[in-house]
Design a protein around this ligand. Structure first.
Ligand code: IVH
Length: 682
C-alpha cells in the first residue's frame, strides 16, 4: 500500500496471484480428486496463463506451491537423503485364507477380545510408496520410502504430480496439523503405462516390465521435466506424524485425507469381522482386471487408532495391518531353449522353453516369442533370466530380459534356415514378420496345402473339401497333392462316412482334374503372393509350366503387375528340391495342365490378339466377366474407358456415354451378335 492507501501494482498483483493460486488449486481438485471439473480446460488454461504472467512480471510472487511449478525444474546431480520424521513401516503378507484368519485371531488374542473387530479394507496399490511432508498446509518435501528410515528427496518430481495438492484444502472442516506426514502410493494407470511403453519401443528404449516399475522409474528421474510428462497419479492411505489431530479411527484418517484434497481409493470401506474382510477380498479380486490401476492385493487395517497403538509393531511391520496378496501376474524364470514351430500356413513361430514357473496358479513353461523381430527387439537369448507374465486367461508372455543377471554365456537365437519339419528352405518375404517354410509337401502344412490345391480357384475337385482332406491326411493316405491321383476306392471305403457312391464320385472328380487350365494349376500350388490374377499373368506369358519353372527373377519382374517380392517367391518355390519332387510326381501321375491363355498360341488361332475391347451397356448373352474371359482367352484385353487405342466397343442396351465417345472417335461398335460372329471368324 502507498501512504495514501492506494494499492500499488505490486500489491494488486500479489492479491490476484494468491486468488489465482487458490482458484487453480480448487479446480485442480475438482478435476483430479473428484473427477468432476467445474470449468472448461480452456478456462483453466486462461487462469493458469494469467498467473504465469504475473509471476514473470513479479518473480517475488512465485511460491514453490504455485501450480505453475508443476512442469518440472532443472535436472539434479543426485537425490539428497531424507530422514523420515516418523519411520515408514511395511506390511506383513498373507497368501492364504488361513493366514488371514490367523491375523484376526492373533489380534483378538492380543487385545483379549472375542467380539468382531472393526476393520478397514483397501486395495493394495502396486506403485511406489512416498512420504509427503506438509508444513502449515504447504508441501515442503516428498520422499521415497528407501529403507523406511531414510528415503530420497524427490520433491521436485512429486510437485509435478497433479493429484498431489501443493497446498492442502482447509475448507472441508478438517483442521490441518501444523506438521503433517501423508503416506500414499504413486501409481501409473495401466492405460498410460501401455502408451508409455509403446512410445519407448518406437524410440528404441528399454520397456518397463510393469506399471510399478514405470512409476518408480518416472519418480526417480533426476530431471523433473521428464517426470512431469509421465501422467503419474497418487492415492493417499495413511497419515504418519501429525502435530495435533482429533482422529479416532483409520476411517477418520481417510475422511480427513479426502477433505484436504487427496484421492482415496473408492474401494476403501469399513467392515466388521474377518468374514467381511474375506468377502471383500473376493470382490476386489473379481474386479482386479477391470480396474484402471494395478493392485497386488488387499490391505486389512484395524480401524481404531487406539487399538493400533496398543498392538504396536514387530520387525518393522505393524501388528494391526495385513497385506492379503493376490496371485502375481509376473514371475522370473530362465529360458532353457527356443523351438521353432511350423504352423499350418508354413510360418515358423519361435517358442521359448522355460524352467517351469507358477504364475497365478498355473505352471508356465512355454511362451510364444512371435517372430525374429520380437526376439531381436527384446534381445532374448537362450539362458537369459526373463520376466514372464500371465494375466487372467491371457496366454503367457515374455515381457523382458533381466539384463543385470546376464553371465555372458547366453546364446542368441536365429530362426533356422531349413524347416525343422520337412527340411525345405525357410524364407522371409519382405514386409512380413514371419519366416516361412516353402515346402509344398511339408507335413505341418499339408492339410492346408491340399485343401487349397483342391479348391474352386485351384484344381476345382468336387467333394474334396476340408473335412475330406483332413480325413485322408490323418489316415495316412496322402502326404502330398500328387498322392491324390494314386487313391483307390478300397482305401476310401475305410474312411468314416464314405460309401461306394461318394468314393466313386471323388475318384472321378480327381481323375477329371488331370488337365486343369495352367493358371488354375499354378494357383493351386499355393505359392506365396501368387493369387488367381497373378497365376493368369504367368499363364499368358509362358506357354507351359516348364517355362514358368525356368523363369528367372528378372524375367518375372519384367512382367507387368508382378513385383520383386512375388518374383522372388515364384523363383524360390520352383527351386526348392522338395517341391520339384512333387511336381515330377504330379507329372508321372498324368497331371498335364493345358494353357488356353498363352498369347502366342492365340495369335495363330484366336482373332483378338493385341486387340483392346470396351464392354458397355446391358449384355444379354454373357455377363461382363464372361465377355472379359472370352476376349482374354483369345489374346485380347478389356479396359474400362474408350480411348484412341480402343479397337472395339461391344455395346448392349442403354450403352450411354461410352458409345457416344466411340462414335466420336470413329471406333468400331459391335452388338453382341456381331461380337460372337467376330469371335468365330478364323
Ligand atoms: S499401509 C504401516 N495401505 O504396501 C502400513 N500400504 O508393504 C503402511 N501399499 O510400502 C502401509 N497400498 O507401498 C498401506 N492401501 C495401502 C497400500 C499400501 C499399497 C504398499 C506401500 C507399502 C507397502 C507395504
Amino acid at each position: 500500500m502507498t501512504l495514501t492507501g492506494e494499492k500499488t501494482g505490486y500489491d494488486a498483483a500479489a492479491q490476484r496471484s494468491e486468488e489465482l493460486r487458490s482458484l487453480l488449486a480448487y479446480h485442480n481438485r475438482r478435476y483430479y480428486q473428484s473427477d468432476d471439473p467445474k470449468i472448461s480446460d480452456a478456462a483453466y488454461d486462461r487462469l493458469f496463463a494469467e498467473l504465469k504472467q504475473l509471476e514473470e512480471r513479479y518473480p517475488e510472487l512465485l511460491t514453490p506451491e504455485s501450480p505453475t511449478q508443476r512442469v518440472g525444474a532443472k535436472p539434479l546431480d543426485k537425490f539428497q537423503p531424507f530422514l523420515h520424521p516418523s519411520p515408514m513401516l511395511s506390511l506383513a503378507n498373507a497368501f492364504t485364507e488361513d493366514e488371514i484368519r490367523d491375523f484376526d485371531a492373533r489380534i483378538k488374542r492380543l487385545l483379549r477380545r472375542s467380539e468382531h473387530m472393526a476393520y478397514v479394507i483397501e486395495p493394495k496399490l502396486d506403485g511406489v510408496a512416498v512420504n509427503l511432508l506438509y508444513e502449515d498446509g504447504t508441501l515442503v518435501t516428498g520422499a521415497t520410502r528407501g529403507d523406511g528410515a531414510t528415503g530420497e528427496d524427490v520433491t521436485l518430481n512429486i510437485r509435478t504430480v497433479a493429484a498431489i495438492p501443493l497446498s492442502l484444502d482447509g475448507n472441508g472442516g478438517m483442521k490441518i496439523p501444523r506438521q503433517l506426514e501423508i503416506r500414499g502410493e504413486i501409481v501409473i494407470a495401466t492405460a498410460a503405462f501401455r502408451i508409455l511403453n509403446e512410445r519407448r519401443l518406437v524410440g528404441g528404449e528399454q520397456v518397463f516390465a510393469n506399471p510399478r516399475n514405470a512409476a518408480a522409474g518416472s519418480l526417480r528421474q533426476l530431471d523433473s521435466r521428464v517426470t512431469a510428462k509421465r501422467t503419474l497419479d497418487f492415492f493417499a492411505y495413511a497419515v504418519g506424524m501429525a502435530t495435533e489431530t482429533h482422529m479416532k479411527t483409520h476411517w477418520d484418517v481417510l475422511t480427513a485425507l479426502q477433505s484436504w484434497g487427496f484421492k482415496v481409493h473408492p474401494f476403501a470401506r469399513q467392515v466388521e469381522g474377518i468374514e467381511e474382510c474375506l468377502a471383500g477380498y473376493q470382490n476386489l479380486y473379481a474386479e482386479r482386471e477391470g480396474l484402471s490401476y494395478e493392485i497386488d492385493g488387499m490391505v486389512i487395517k484395524v480401524n481404531d487408532l487406539a487399538l493400533q497403538d496398543e498392538l504396536g509393531a514387530v520387525s518393522r511391520s505393524p501388528r494391526w495391518a495385513l497385506a492379503c496378496k493376490f496371485p502375481a501376474y509376473q514371475e522370473t524364470t530362465v529360458i532353457e531353449g527356443i523351438d521353432a514351430q511350423v504352423g499350418r500356413t508354413g510360418a515358423l513361430t519361435p517358442v521359448a522353453i522355460m524352467r517351469p514357473v507358477q504364475i497365478g496358479g498355473v505352471t508356465v513353461s512355454r511362451a510364444s516369442l512371435h517372430n525374429q523381430d520380437e526376439i531381436d527387439r527384446k534381445d532374448i537369448r537362450i539362458g537369459d533370466t526373463v520376466v514372464v507374465q500371465r494375466a487372467g486367461d491371457v496366454i503367457p508372455e515374455v515381457v523382458m530380459v533381466v539384463a543385470s543377471l546376464r553371465k555372458g554365456t547366453e546364446l542368441p537365437f536365429a530362426i533356422p534356415t531349413t524347416c525343422p519339419v520337412c527340411g525345405s528352405a525357410v524364407v522371409r518375404l519382405e514386409g512380413e514378420a514371419a519366416h516361412r517354410c516353402i515346402g509344398i509337401a511339408c507335413p505341418a502344412q499339408i492339410k492346408e496345402h491340399i485343401v487349397h490345391f483342391a479348391s474352386r480357384g485351384g484344381m476345382d475337385i468336387e467333394g474334396l473339401g476340408e473335412k475330406m482332406v483332413y480325413q485322408l491326411v490323418d489316415a495316412g493316405l496322402i502326404k502330398d497333392p500328387a498322392d491324390l491321383y494314386a487313391l483307390e476306392a478300397e482305401a476310401l471305403l475305410m474312411l468314416e462316412r464314405t460309401g461306394e457312391k461318394s468314393s466313386g464320385n471323388l475318384l472321378r472328380a480327381i481323375a477329371a482334374a488331370k488337365t486343369p487350365p495352367l493358371e488354375k494349376f499354378i494357383f493351386a500350388l499355393g505359392i506365396r503372393h501368387v493369387g488367381e490374377s497373378m497365376a493368369k499373368l504367368l499363364a499368358r506369358r509362358y506357354a507351359a509350366l516348364e517355362d514358368v519353372m525356368a523363369a528367372t527373377i528378372d524375367e518375372l519382374t519384367a512382367i507387368r503387375d508382378i513385383g520383386p517380392e512375388a518374383a522372388k517367391s515364384i523363383s524360390r518355390f520352383f527351386r526348392e528340391p522338395s517341391n520339384l519332387k512333387v511336381l515330377e510326381k504330379l507329372k508321372t501321375s498324368g497331371v498335364a495342365p493345358i494353357n488356353n491363355l498363352f498369347s502366342a498360341v492365340m495369335e495363330s488361332t484366336g482373332a483378338f490378339s493385341g486387340k483392346t475391347f470396351v464392354l458397355t451397356g446391358t449384355l444379354e448373352r454373357m455377363t461382363r466377366q464372361e465377355g472379359k474371359e472370352l476376349i482374354e482367352s483369345r489374346g485380347g484385353k478389356t479396359t474400362d474407358s474408350v480411348t484412341k487405342r480402343t479397337d472395339y466397343v461391344v455395346a448392349g442396351t442403354s450403352p450411354g456415354a461410352k458409345l457416344a465417345k466411340a462414335n466420336a472417335l470413329g471406333i468400331s461398335v459391335l452388338d453382341e451378335g456381331a461380337f460372337f460372329k467376330l469371335m468365330e471368324t478364323p
